[in-house]
Structures are given as structure tokens and as C-alpha cells.
Write a protein that binds this ligand. Sequence first.
Ligand SMILES: Nc1ncnc2c1ncn2[C@@H]1O[C@H](COP(=O)(O)OP(=O)(O)OP(=O)(O)O)[C@@H](O)[C@H]1O
Ligand SMILES: [Mg+2]
Length: 234
Amino acid sequence: MTQAISLEAVGLELGGRHIVHDLTVTLEAHRIAVIGANGSGKSTLLRLLDGLVPPTTGTISVHGIDPAYEARRLHRHVGFIFTNPDAQIVMPTAREDLAFSLRGVRDENGRRLDRAVIAERVDTWLAAHGLADHADSSAHTLSGGQKQLLAIGAVLIREPGLVLADEPTTMLDLPNARLVGDLLIDELTQPVVIATHDLELAARCDVAVRFAHGTISRVGDPAELIAEYRAEFA
Ligand SMILES: Nc1ncnc2c1ncn2[C@@H]1O[C@H](COP(=O)(O)OP(=O)(O)OP(=O)(O)O)[C@@H](O)[C@H]1O
Ligand SMILES: [Mg+2]
């Protein structure tokens, strides 16, 4: 399976308004940051890649999958992390939430994972991420950072082939933002696309995509693009 994400002349029009236009890019880097002003089109790009909205014009390929036509295949392959973990945590406790996430996962023989395998994977994840002591407490009693770790865990534990994250550190303090960065940048072995205003996080990626006014204005080295972005508002 190709590891490229490519868009060819992609546009999205909603209610007669151009939301994004002329998106043409091929991205093969492992960690991709998407930066740019509020309303510039970052979340829309992730929604297009996740098939949540079909493009009005142009074509998209996500690791060889067309999100507009192959929704099932795409959803087995892609994991989406939202800004607000409350929107993502569905079960009463951390242990149940991670186990729930693994329920639909199949092994290499196409069989569902059995309960013992699920329980072991969940325990391992909780222990590795400092959540073992909170495994059985109500998820709503977790701190914001712990909730975001759990929400990210529920996506990563399924081992998706590509992770899309929309502002994953926005609601976090500096130590928790760094922790989530460590998870998405250092620990994750699969490719990730992160839309973010957290320029420290963006700087840790391999490539940055700059959005402005509904289109891609630059693609390149994160340090360079961040310096340009800062200079524009100095
Ligand atoms: N469903 C929709 N209907 C109408 N307009 C929309 C819709 N979704 C997004 N938009 C508009 O499209 C533009 C791009 O929005 P988008 O959410 O992609 O921006 P963003 O770069 O993620 O911004 P932010 O940094 O604030 O998250 C905005 O002007 C927004 O108001
Ligand atoms: Mg956004």
C-alpha cells in the first residue's frame, strides 16, 4: 500500500461558498503538520481526508484509498483524533473505552480478537501511559490531559495505518501538550497528519503544510514555514 496522500485540484463548496479550493499536493512524509490561521481550511482538509465530506471537485487518494468512494476501507485504515476528548470517549471507564475500541478489530486471519487478547492489550496500554491507576474510575473524573491520552489511546490501540489529529493539544497545558506530542511524534510508528496552532508540535514534524484563505500556500520544512508564519505577524 502506498504511503502517499495526494490531492489533485480539490475544492469544496458548501452553500455556494468556497470552503477550500485548488488543493494540489502529494505528501509522503511520516509526520505532517498543517498550520495556518483560524478559518484557513485545516480542519476541512482533515475532514476531506477522513471522507467526512466529499470534495465538490478534484480527486483525493489516502494511501491508495479514495475517501469519497471507499468509506469502509478508509475507516479500517484511518484513525481520527478530535480536539475535545469528551467527543471521543464513549464508555464509562478508561478500561472499557479502550476495550470497546478493539471490539471491531480483526486479527491477521480475519477473526475478532478474543477477550483475553483485548484485556491484555488494554492493560499494556494503560500501564505504558500512566493510566493504570485510573483504569476503572469514571472517565469523567480524569483530568483534561488524562482524557486526551485516553481518547488518543482508543484510536492508537487499533493500530490504524494513518492517524489524523485535529488540534490534539489545544486544550492541554504545556506538560500534557508535550506528552501528547511525544505520543504522536516519537512513539507512533504509523504516519500522522496534525492540524495545529501549537507551533512547538508542528516544529517536531517532518514537513509542514501552510494553509491561507482556503488553500495551500506553502509546503516545506516546518522550521522555515513557522519562521515565515511568525514573521508575517511580528
Ligand atoms: N459545514 C460548513 N458550512 C459552512 N462553512 C464551513 C463549514 N465548515 C467549515 N466552514 C468554513 O470554512 C472555513 C474553513 O474552516 P476550517 O474549520 O477548515 O478552518 P480551520 O483552519 O480548521 O480553522 P481553526 O484554526 O479555527 O480550527 C471557515 O471559514 C469556516 O467557517
Ligand atoms: Mg480547525
